[in-house]
Design a protein around this ligand. Structure first.
Ligand SMILES: Cc1cc2nc3c(=O)[nH]c(=O)nc-3n(C[C@H](O)[C@H](O)[C@H](O)COP(=O)(O)O)c2cc1C
Length: 209
């Protein structure tokens, strides 16, 4: 029995394009994988811990090989729980709107909370970062949406630090089986056509995910 975790980064609920595409994915995934567990982590639901002064001190202690101490202990426990919620998933679905050419800050917060030494990454002085999620059969599907930027637009319509950043992070962590589902209608494109193409792609990918 595998677990699909849908991590969503749009706060727009019923209005959300990325959530609509991800919902179509989840619906077909449930039908085609009836024995699997499906979990939704809405990054706006308040469950994601902050990553501030105490958490960063705890992280640096762990990197030095020390134990978190004092007020770090409880904060680090929350961080580890978030990491485990993420790493326990065999299949990951991320729904990611473009915000100011990048990703919504709550998704960057997620990245900062779960990217922890000894759990998601290691470091080797000779070769650099070690992707600790590699070789575990994990797969990710990512729904990227934007409304102004698109792959064909002129530079005046923005740049893509959304998928470039997020895809790099997945691979850095060792998740290299990544499928992209894109919805970038742009200001002059056909929004409905772009939406329907993304929905159809999501349903198709979900069947065998
Ligand atoms: C805060 C914010 C920033 C945005 N920045 C961009 C941007 O830089 N480029 C772009 O093409 N669209 C931008 N958009 C539009 C969204 O990417 C687009 O509407 C997307 O479909 C939103 O996904 P959602 O409907 O799932 O929330 C922005 C929207 C918001 C709310």
């Amino acid at each position: 029995m595998a677990k699909l975790l849908h991590v969503s980064a749009s706060p727009r609920g019923e209005q959300s394009e990325s959530l609509a595409v991800a919902s179509a994915f989840v619906e077909v995934y449930r039908e085609s994988h009836p024995g699997d567990v499906v979990e939704h982590w809405d990054l706006w639901d308040g469950a994601l811990p902050a990553f501030g002064p105490v958490a960063t001190a705890a992280k640096m202690a762990v990197i030095r090989g020390d134990e978190p101490t004092g007020e770090q202990v409880a904060v680090w426990r929350e961080v580890v729980a978030a990491v485990e919620r993420f790493t326990s998933a065999d299949r990951l679905l991320f729904s990611v709107p473009m915000w100011n050419s990048g990703i919504p800050y709550v998704l960057k917060q997620f990245v900062d909370v779960v990217s922890q030494p000894g759990m998601v990454f290691g470091v080797d002085v000779e070769t650099g970062y070690l992707p600790l999620l590699a070789g575990r059969g994990k797969r990710a599907a990512v729904v990227y949406t934007s409304s102004i930027w698109g792959p064909e637009v002129a530079p005046g319509f923005g740049a893509d630090f959304q998928s470039t950043y997020f895809d790099n992070w997945l691979r850095w962590a060792g998740i290299t089986d990544v499928t992209e589902i894109r919805h970038h209608p742009t200001l002059t494109g056909d929004v409905e056509d772009s939406r329907q193409t993304a929905l159809a792609t999501a349903r198709e990918v979900a069947k065998t995910f």
